[in-house]
Design a protein around this ligand. Structure first.
Ligand code: SF4
Length: 332
């Protein structure tokens, strides 16, 4: 069997707040095969971005990773010194955030930033780095790429800036791209173009993609596997087609029913799941979804369900997973 590219085991990340300890990621395990496209979805505060940040060593105080491992090419990222990890970030693992200005420095030209990144990670001359940078801009369809290397980030539109970030992320040929809501800040038409472009280039390079989104619709269009998180826990992991046919977890079904759609006036609408996610300071006992779940029974209020196999490649964390996977349908 193919070795996973990334193998995350029992990851735990907390934030120390004045009100108490927030368990942002609570015993989360999953893996990612080379070239796989994994979508991670959940409402805000579900732990999806915190999971990615933990893997990449980007959790800052008052947060801390307090347990688990993240094996990448046989080495534990969580046990690495910062200088080793920073070599891996940007070369073997690229990260693309929602706001391109997180990755771009407003006071340097795009070319300077790209050349500096290339020379930090690859053994190339400045002239070679300029060639690679210009080609990377051309790959993301930026017109006049060589001339645009001399421009500053503010001289690009929002969509073009995110293309620059994608070019920078891919220019060192990473084997894993972590994209955290990479197109949320863009208009709907540009979102689809940028997503197509990013995933097309990832495929050409054989890179795996971990795409974080709050909307299952986005993930369904671009990923093979969906991982659903709720209140710091992984509640379902399934092939996309299976999830669409028969969601395994009641929360996944709720997310599918709330997939955004275009209203008659062109606005995006979201049918929300009734109730609110729990406070991670004091989550409910047993299944964290029980206060919002139509199927909750006594066992759900007392015992926390673990992710269990429910056939095929599916894992679902629900006491009634097997029965519900056979019967749940969406109202779509
Ligand atoms: Fe609902 Fe119980 Fe399953 Fe939780 S364990 S999702 S409360 S049925």
């Amino acid at each position: 069997m193919e070795q996973p590219l990334l193998d995350v085991r029992h990851l735990r990340t907390v934030y120390m707040t004045d009100a108490g300890l927030v368990r942002a990621v609570d015993d989360v395990s999953f893996d990612l095969r080379p070239g796989e496209r994994l979508g991670v979805v959940g409402e805000s505060g579900s732990g999806k971005s915190a999971t990615a940040a933990s893997i990449m060593g980007l959790i800052e105080p008052p947060g801390a990773v307090v347990g688990g491992q993240a094996w990448f090419k046989g080495r534990d990222l969580l046990d690495m010194a910062e200088d080793e990890l920073s070599q891996i970030r940007g070369r073997d693992i690229a990260i693309i955030f929602q706001d391109p200005m997180t990755a771009l420095d407003p006071v340097f030209t795009i070319g300077d930033q790209m050349v500096e990144t290339l020379r930090a990670h690859l053994d190339v001359t400045r002239r070679e780095a300029v060639e690679i940078a210009a080609q990377a801009l051309a790959d993301v369809h930026i017109p006049n790429p060589r001339r645009r290397l001399d421009d500053y980030p503010h001289q690009f539109s929002g969509g073009m800036r995110q293309r620059v970030v994608i070019a920078m992320a891919l220019m060192c040929s990473p084997s894993l791209i972590i994209a955290d809501e990479p197109t949320t800040a863009l208009d709907v038409t540009t979102q689809a173009q940028v997503m197509d472009l990013m995933l097309g280039l990832a495929d050409e390079r054989g890179a795996a993609v971990m795409l974080i989104a709050h909307d299952l619709g986005v993930v369904a269009g671009f990923c093979e596997t969906v991982q659903v998180m709720y209140a710091g826990k992984l509640v379902e992991r399934s092939p996309v087609d299976d999830v669409y046919r028969r969601p395994g977890h009641p929360y996944t079904r709720g997310l599918l029913d709330s997939v955004s759609h275009l209203g008659a006036d062109g606005d995006r609408r979201l049918r929300s799941i009734p109730g609110m996610p729990p406070s991670l300071l004091d989550p409910p006992p047993g299944c964290r979804f029980h206060p919002r779940c139509d199927y909750a029974a006594d066992v759900c209020r007392a015992i926390e369900p673990e992710p269990v196999p429910v056939g095929g490649e599916r894992l679902v964390a629900c006491h009634f997973a097997k029965d519900l996977t056979a019967t749940l349908e969406t109202s779509r």
